[in-house]
Design a protein around this ligand. Sequence first.
Ligand SMILES: NC(=O)c1ccc[n+]([C@@H]2O[C@H](COP(=O)([O-])OP(=O)(O)OC[C@H]3O[C@@H](n4cnc5c(N)ncnc54)[C@H](O)[C@@H]3O)[C@@H](O)[C@H]2O)c1
Length: 246
Amino acid sequence: MELQNKVAVITGAARGIGLEIARLFAREGACVVLVDRNGAEKAAEALKKQHYDAIASPLDITDANAVNNAVETVAGARGHIDILVNNAGIIARGDIFDLTRGQWLQVMDVNVNGNFYLCKAVVPFMIRQHSGIIINITSIAGKMGDITAAPVYGASKGAINTLTKSLARQLADYGIRVNAVAPHAIETDMSADWPEEKRQEVIGAIPLKRMGRPEEVAEAALFLASERSSFITGEILNVNGGQLMD
Ligand SMILES: NC(=O)c1ccc[n+]([C@@H]2O[C@H](COP(=O)([O-])OP(=O)(O)OC[C@H]3O[C@@H](n4cnc5c(N)ncnc54)[C@H](O)[C@@H]3O)[C@@H](O)[C@H]2O)c1
């Protein structure tokens, strides 16, 4: 098992990509802390029934105090925090003509500020341990701009990409690696509302000619969370069926 005795905090872990990351990390021996504003308990219970080590942390990541309290509770109970996966994210569709200031602020608050609050909360523990791994789930939209008419989403993921690289540089001296996974077109609730025509258009532009599965993103996260990627930091790993090759 690749993550035996590791404690991994995963945000947005109640469903979709985050849940698959939690499942895979738990299978690999980690204690997984499932952070989510909806359904964290239910998801953690399901893992516990399968005899995995899972802790529910029901909170909204835009609440910095709640984030700090949760991280301190986990560190107090388990003694260490080894891995943080910043996966929780939202999208607001609408081009520049329709997008409201409220939507802009909401997406930035979850995707960028929430990510920052989690990093800020876990980094002191990781520095004390002189080890840690942070993985940000970004998007192809952070590299090429959003192709589904959601400019605020692309902007938020672009911010995460540069945050990933900045923290990778700043935290390397402390034995902390910071990387990101950039998925595209993954079958989850987030992509479920695409009209059929749009879906076919998206699939048609992907060299592998299909949507991706959340499990395939989880495998990339496991690689970055394990010793197999020990010389990799500041990387933004594509999981996109070949849509963007950079
Ligand atoms: N599905 C895709 O095609 C795709 C593509 C590229 C990137 N991504 C990224 O992958 C990540 C996961 O996406 P998904 O498709 O699994 O989405 P999803 O909508 O299925 O799941 C997101 C989870 O995050 C939780 N969440 C949202 N806001 C939160 C908050 N403020 N506090 C706590 N929890 C919150 C939700 O409750 C939900 O359980 C996101 O960051 C998304 O931007 C997804």
